[in-house]
Design a protein around this ligand. Structure first.
Ligand code: FE2
Ligand code: FE2
Length: 244
């Protein structure tokens, strides 16, 4: 059964629990407001489980915005399932995300947003950081200035340790994870994204994998700046020459 935790005022984290021997979780977020909003949707295959969890917070048929930070199964696999049940819901993505992915994939016309956009949800607001190649071409990160929450998608991922929120320093495990999986193609793009994140002074990092971080945010930013977490890794040997 998916877990539901309030991680900021009227912002809830819905997490699909992993097997007991795994420490890596996938979460998405629901903002309970006049315009109920999902940030990420989770996988299509976990839709029944996550929809049930979501319905403990808002009526899924009332969803207004479905925000897609980038196009992957864990970010938006269930998008069309939710659109199908929410007649007034609009998918939201970066301009490239709309042009190359959601304009074709989504059941309903998507809304493109950029750094000048703001969605008024009622009490909360959403603005957007455009962060190309962190970690896909069309990536963007939504944030809510009213609670200081940034929905940081695959930035600052890490272990779960069974806690929805943590104020501990988990930077060591975060760096090890990035060195293994290799999802950031370029230092310049990562630094640009970190600059944009730092500039909005987030108080909560609503991580899509691992616990939500509520403290030591400067430490997490510094760790990603100081360690070599970009390029090719053992797990992701993109530049290996093809065998002949
Ligand atoms: Fe991703
Ligand atoms: Fe992810």
């Amino acid at each position: 059964m998916a877990a539901v935790d309030e991680i900021a005022p009227d912002i809830f984290r819905i997490t699909v629990m992993t097997e007991p021997d795994q420490d890596f979780t996938t979460s998405f977020f629901v903002i309970r407001d006049e315009a109920p909003t999902l940030v990420e949707t989770g996988f299509r295959l976990s839709f029944d489980e996550t929809r049930q969890a979501l319905s403990r917070v808002v009526d899924p048929s009332t969803l207004r915005y479905l925000v897609v930070p980038h196009f992957e199964g864990d970010e938006c696999g269930a998008l069309n399932r939710y659109l199908d049940q929410a007649p007034h819901a609009v998918p939201v993505a970066s301009p490239i995300g709309v042009a190359v992915n959601l304009g074709d994939f989504a059941l309903r016309d998507p809304l493109p947003v950029d750094a000048s956009s703001e969605l008024d949800l009622g009490t909360h607001r959403l603005r957007f950081l455009i962060t190309p190649y962190v970690h896909t071409w069309e990536s963007m990160l939504p944030y809510d200035p009213t609670t200081g929450t940034i929905f940081c998608s695959d930035v600052f991922i890490g272990p779960e340790e069974g806690r929805a929120m943590t104020d501990a320093d988990q930077t060591e495990a975060m760096i090890e994870t990035y060195k293994t999986v290799g999802i950031f193609p370029s230092r310049a793009h990562l630094d640009s994204a970190l600059d944009k994140i730092e500039a909005v002074h987030p108080r909560t990092l609503a991580c899509h994998h691992g616990s939500v971080k509520t403290a030591k945010i400067g430490t997490y930013l510094q760790a990603l700046r100081e360690h070599d977490v970009t390029g090719v890794t053992e797990w992701n040997p993109m530049l290996e020459p093809p065998s002949r």
